[in-house]
Design a protein. Structure first.
Lengths: 361, 361
DNA sequence: GTGAAAGCGCTAACAC
DNA sequence: GTGTTAGCGCTTTCAC
């Protein structure tokens, strides 16, 4: 709380302004001996003020330490010049560039960015989104955590522009920008198959997350298309918690018919898998969904199916601003391609498959 | 722009609300047949409304799709329940966790976070900060890009709570939370010296960045304290651009008296140095300032002087909220310790030093 | 319990 | 050129 009306030793105390309560246009007008509207004109750089008057107003502004209160301006104008971004975790290496890209687009349109992390909690997502609606942000970009976004219907009906990104909304028809999760995963798994693998494990994120489900579908499609069976122990969706991933990976690599390759469903799972494989007795092939920094410096360098998180964010934000500028056509669904990047780990030959004659170990 | 007054095919259109212009408390009051203040009481969960009245108000709220306009509330109450964070780059792996930590503290205090990236541009920093002041955020957390923050004096004098983090403000006395950059760098370089190195190169960030300067001082102090000379070609501050870092690293490793170890001034420099060293003929020791993901999986694993970016953010945000709650003592300077994490690269012996007899190559 | 009136600080509309 | 008035949608004050 600003220490209202109290005098303190430190700090510059602008002449005429009470400490903690800022001068208003009215104060500036009084000091400059002009009308309120004239101050407004000067502050907003509008035409029709004589140079001398303008000068006097500027002096008063400086003397009083005046700064326009945008809260009042916003209330009057009806637009906040800000957009909201709700995602899972601002600090996640996948979402951080997405967030930054949204910020850049917002900046190009003169808008500020308010963002919040849902921590993968649907209730927290809802609270955040509705708080942003109450603030009357001009638009919303949402990476959904929940699976039912009907709570947004009244908001959208009332004019709140909303674009979903990375994952589709639940039970709601709205704009969405996605990566081609199914196709990307299928390509990654097919790549392993092309290098001779028949026993491939899938470790993914929680099955209720749409992207995770799509990637699992891609894995299954690639296996099926190659005429390969998917054994029960080879599919392990679940949390990205390191202990869980480690346990599943270790289990798949053990026994008398271990997998010879792993396909991992996102960056966090991949990193844990790399750690497990680093301690493993013989080489196991690996392709991960999502690129990550230093993947090329590991040994072996990690092959990935790369998304472009910044492009996801940029595309979503640009779509949002197109809506704000009036584009009123039906909700759009944009899918961005993924890119397979072979670096070494995905090109390792199968080792230890009892059914295939390959490099001995 | 919400399509004001226009009717469209999609979307739920709440009864009685014009499309694009939302119902107000007045509308709700009219519909419920009560006074404005009663609606306000219900919306804010205040005492003194009979159950039947409350029921009627709730029905009207639902029917109209009413949501309180916080812009108006903010104007009236004088507090925005939001804080601003300005930093260099939201997507940087060092700043992303800092930002997330600030967000969590804000959330705990019921505040939203508005953040912006300055892109290391003082003018952009100033614009962002002043835009946040105009919005009357309750407080500011700033990772400064500029070196003169006197522009903030009137704002601080008028009651804007401000905490600087990671780097000190320029020409302004204000709260600041820093890492012990000097001590951390000195410890990192002393570690290399303790492992036999006498020819150690320093590649840092731009010299005008306070943290970069402090780390350089730490390097020089460690060298001096060990009675070692610092040859002209061994110190290379500059941009974190990969080409620049690569060129300087390559130069230091060439010639007839190359360095046997590198100390790198931040995470981005370290990563580029790792790439250069990976392609180098013989082992070169490396200690980097800042920890980074997967440092332990590289070969050799990278020894670092680690900061705790989340702790920096948390500490700064908590200090900010203490100020908002009224703490009015003199500006505080908090320094958080760094931690040396030996992983392998910093413990490699010197190779190729003509003055020292060590492992041949 | 409830509500009418004033006003937060600005901009829009319309005087002069 | 300049100033006056009426709101934006809420909360606050105070009367009923």
């Amino acid at each position: 709380m600003p220490d209202s009306g109290r005098t303190t030793a430190r700090g510059h105390r602008p002449d005429g302004a009470r400490y903690g309560s800022r001068p208003t246009m009215k104060d500036v007008a009084a000091r400059a001996g002009v009308g309120l509207k004239t101050v407004s004109r000067v502050v907003n750089g509008e035409q029709g003020v004589s140079p001398e008057t303008e000068q006097r107003v500027h002096e008063a502004i400086t003397a009083l330490g005046f700064r326009r209160n945008d809260s009042a301006r916003i209330l009057r104008k009806g637009r906040t010049a800000s957009i909201g971004l709700v995602l899972e975790d601002l600090a996640d290496p996948f979402y951080a560039p997405l967030s930054r890209a949204v910020e850049e687009v917002a900046r190009a349109h003169g808008a500020l960015l308010i963002n919040g992390s849902s921590a993968e909690d649907p209730e927290r997502e809802r609270e955040l989104v509705l708080a942003l609606c109450a603030r009357r942000v001009d638009g919303l970009v949402i990476v959904p955590a929940g699976h039912d976004h009907r709570y947004l219907e009244p908001e959208i009906a009332a004019g709140m522009a909303t674009v979903f990104v990375d994952r589709p909304p639940g039970r709601l028809d709205a704009d969405v920008v996605l990566s081609e999760n199914f196709a990307g995963a299928r390509e990654g798994v097919a790549h392993l198959i092309a290098h001779g693998h028949r026993r491939i494990g899938f470790i993914g994120d929680q099955a209720h997350i749409p992207t995770a489900a799509e990637r699992l579908r891609g894995y299954e499609a690639a296996m099926t298309e190659a005429g390969l069976p998917v054994l029960p122990g080879w599919v392990a969706p679940g949390s990205t918690d390191a202990a869980r991933v480690r346990a599943d990976a270790t289990r798949m690599l053990a026994g008398d018919a271990p997998v010879t390759a792993l396909f991992t469903g996102n960056n966090r799972v991949t990193v844990t898998a790399v750690r497990v494989l680093a301690g493993h007795a013989h080489p196991v092939a690996l392709v991960g969904f999502d690129d990550f920094e230093l993947a090329d410096l590991l040994s072996p360098p990690v092959s990935v199916v790369a998304q472009d998180p910044a492009q996801l964010g940029r595309t979503a934000a640009e779509l949002l601003f197109r809506r704000l500028e009036g584009a009123g056509d039906a909700p759009r669904r944009v899918a961005l391609p993924t890119r397979l990047i072979p670096r070494g780990s995905g090109e390792l030959p199968p080792v230890g498959d009892p059914d295939v004659r390959t490099a001995a170990w």
